[in-house]
Design a protein around this ligand. Sequence first.
Ligand code: S3P
Length: 439
Amino acid sequence: MSGQQQKQYIVQPGGKLTGELRVPGDKSISHRSIMLGAIAEGVTQVTGFLEGEDALATLTAFREMGVKIEGPEAGRVTIHGVGMNGLTLPENALDLGNSGTSIRLLSGLLAGQNFNTVLKGDSSLAKRPMGRVIDPLAKMGAVIGSHEGKLPLHVQGGNALYAIAYELPMASAQVKSCLLLAGMYAKGKTIIVEPAPTRDHSERMLAGMSYPIEVDGNKITIEGGGRLLATDIDVPSDISSATFFMVGAAIAPDSDITLRHVGINPTRIGVINILKLMGANITLSNEAVTGGEPVADIRVRYAPLKGIQIPVEQVPLAIDEFPAIFIAAACADGQTVLTGAEELRVKESDRIQAMADGLTILGIDATATDDGMIIEGGTVGSGEVDSLGDHRIAMSFAIAGLQAGGTIIIKDCANVATSFPNFVELASTSGLVLDELDG
Ligand code: S3P
């Protein structure tokens, strides 16, 4: 994985974002297309697949479990599904790199197989909590060993799984999806209750592949023993990647950018709602539905932003977008307050601390709290910040350059390749002055 090779970004101050572009495919949907395509009956053709390291880690894991997968080539992947019980014992431990989604979803799927697996990842993944999936899976009868709730995970196969009714202790689409996948292998009806809506790509894709699943408000029911039927999947562009350009255009005078064919699933559009509340000029056009997921072109034109209290119900709907939203807040007039976002502390890095530290270095008054941040809008300066190997922290500080008073150096940026391999190229074409250096 690229984490071995150090990279840094050098961002020159100023500029504006203009033009039209298409950012890469949605990471969450790309992972799910491989997982469900692999255990479906028939051939699944995926287009718009994200050729980033995280989704490729999922793809490789399924190849290692005997699934024939062609591509990716220009976003096209062909998966020859092996059916619900067709996966085979991998020779080695499965290495999921930096990808929390891969490991958490796979733990549920693998608990239902008749062979043992070992799941491992990089140093960031090794710090992240896995008890949130191990505990409910154990209630279903799964046996998963770990190192005090952390990697590596030893998933024992051959155990009968039983349906449970489970109230999620936190708003997490990864935990929900893990249990949906395990629920497909369990005897009976698994019921999952969410404390707040989270991304529902698994539910949509399961239904799209004809698997019986019921959604009733915050309650999801799935019955074990069903079949998945292969279908074509068109992956929309990732709103989480589009976010860096949306925020960039929102903070840089004279910007006018259009992002094509972006997924606007209602469980993912917190960033649009929050930026609009801050005064951003965002319009949607060409709205359509593709493969059960809504998409649109998103146009953002510069308009002055103001600080806000971020509505707590928007938090799970924008959970991956807060590093970039903090940059918008730093450039806004007045105070922005985020609460109810303690989940940010257990992402690829502790995103509350990493962003508060970086913003402080850049001269912004940012105070980390247990579950969020208080940011006083001000003037972004210059300096050297550390992304801590977190892709979204790296890209967020890169777009801050548009409003910076001097050069921003960002350390440890190689993991941008996990979600947005052509970020530097697209950002440079759109107007950000950015160099990538080794070391
Ligand atoms: C994801 C769910 C979210 C999100 C992650 C992708 C998914 O994680 O942060 O980037 O694809 O299900 P949590 O479930 O931990 O909130």
